[in-house]
Design a protein around this ligand. Structure first.
Ligand code: NAD
Ligand code: TYD
Length: 359
């Protein structure tokens, strides 16, 4: 198997590349990444010299380069993660999201179609998407224990994206299914809930708050902090992708979620107490950093995934409880403050420029 993983220098991609490189020494794993601000090769230091791993810097929108890559590396399988992934950036710069997420996915699909040329045997195109394509759920049970509402996103839920990010991911999902339905390409689409874990870029809620607690900076909570997300530890996502890539029904969609809903304010409070405890600080020392700020435009109220199809068909379940996964994550950031400093100082971008000039 010559497996192309796109976006492998990003957060989820780097976990997935590591997982596949270690689990499948007989595969050749090709990591294609443009190294945008979100790509960071130091996420992969521990596996970069493995025999079965190759990194290529490139843009998924470069159709000619994608065609060359399929031919040169005789690609049989694709797991496509490369994307612009941050909702706030999509609000200020929607064109970049349409370009990478929609045109980039189309470019990759077409390159795969041309190279595979109708011979679909042992081929797979697995597209990694988000639960945000389904829109937002009501918060009709806001008090007490989760779940905070009676509805869940199912594979059959109608698409109703609200942000430029989720609209671009929705469009890309439709293109992937169109390639299955029109040309017979063996595709898979997975829609996952919010991931967290080591190596997440410190613009997303959890790593941003860890970084700001360490620096004594304000923790910006959008609106009242009542929005709900369904959190999944990133390694559980990697296990689900492995299972679906190998055993899922082609043409199908699978939802992946943690069954672990939390209000943003509860996540931030837990982060504060975890960081302060692990640093031996007095309890609640960083509570004063909580700062309520203007709400995000079009801020989706609640996400909650029903992943029972994946459980019933393929036997997958999340294995990491949020409290445990969060503590592991906080410990990782505390132990790897140089990784954070490299990002906040911009030094990691310099490494990109020197080590991997675009060819
Ligand atoms: P990320 O922003 O951390 O990483 C994205 C990677 O894609 C980066 O390495 C970046 O350099 C690369 N990239 C961007 N544009 C590119 C281009 N034009 N060509 C090649 N590479 C390019 O994102 P992430 O959080 O790891 O998310 C990965 C995928 O999973 C995305 O498709 C995202 O929509 C999806 N997803 C993310 C979450 C989440 O909670 N983070 C949840 C569900 C689904
Ligand atoms: P984020 O990590 O950006 O993921 P997504 O928007 O894909 O769910 O945000 C998670 C939640 O946290 C979301 O409801 C927005 C909120 N949030 C804040 O309140 N403050 C912040 O600074 C950020 C980045 C997010």
């Amino acid at each position: 198997m010559n497996l192309l993983i796109t976006g492998g220098a990003g957060f989820i991609g780097s976990h997935l590349v590591r997982f596949f490189v270690n689990k499948y020494p007989e595969y050749r794993i090709i990591n294609l990444d443009a190294l945008t601000y979100a790509g960071n090769l130091s996420n992969l230091r521990d596996i970069e010299s493995k025999q079965n791993y190759t990194f290529i810097r490139g843009d998924v929108c470069d159709f000619g380069k994608m065609c060359d890559l399929f031919r040169k590396h005789r690609i049989d399988g694709v797991i496509h993660l490369a994307a612009e992934s941050h909702v706030d950036r999509s609000i200020s710069d929607p064109f970049t999201f349409a370009r990478t997420n929609v045109m980039g996915t189309l470019s990759l699909l077409q390159a795969a179609k041309q190279y595979w040329n109708g011979d679909w045997q042992d081929k797979r195109f697995h597209h990694i998407s988000t639960d945000e394509v389904y829109g937002a759920l009501a918060l009709d049970k806001p008090e007490g224990d989760p779940p905070y509402g009676s509805e869940f996103f199912r594979e059959t839920t109608k698409y109703n994206p609200h942000s430029p990010y989720s609209a671009s991911k929705a469009a890309s999902d439709h293109f992937v299914r169109a390639y299955h339905d029109t040309y017979g390409m063996p595709t898979l689409v997975t829609n996952c809930s919010n991931n967290y874990g080591p190596y997440q870029f410190p613009e997303k809620l959890i790593p941003l708050c860890i970084s700001n607690i360490l620096l004594g900076k304000p923790l910006p909570i959008y609106g009242k902090g009542e929005n709900v997300r369904d959190w999944l530890y990133v390694e559980d996502h990697a296990r689900a992708i492995d299972l679906i890539f190998h055993r899922g029904n082609t043409g199908d969609t699978y939802n992946i979620g943690g069954f672990d809903e939390r209000k943003n304010i509860d996540v931030v409070r837990l982060l504060i107490s975890t960081v302060d405890r692990l640093l031996g600080r007095p309890e609640g020392m960083s509570q004063h950093l909580i700062t309520y700020v203007t709400n995000r435009a079009g801020h989706d109220l609640r996400y909650a995934i029903d992943s029972s199809k994946l459980r019933d068909e393929l036997g997958w379940q999340p294995s990491t409880r949020f409290e445990n996964g969060l503590e592991t994550t906080v410990r990782w950031y505390l132990d790897n403050q140089a990784w954070l400093d490299n990002i906040t100082s911009g030094a990691y971008m310099q490494y990109h420029a020197e080590a991997y000039r675009p060819r």
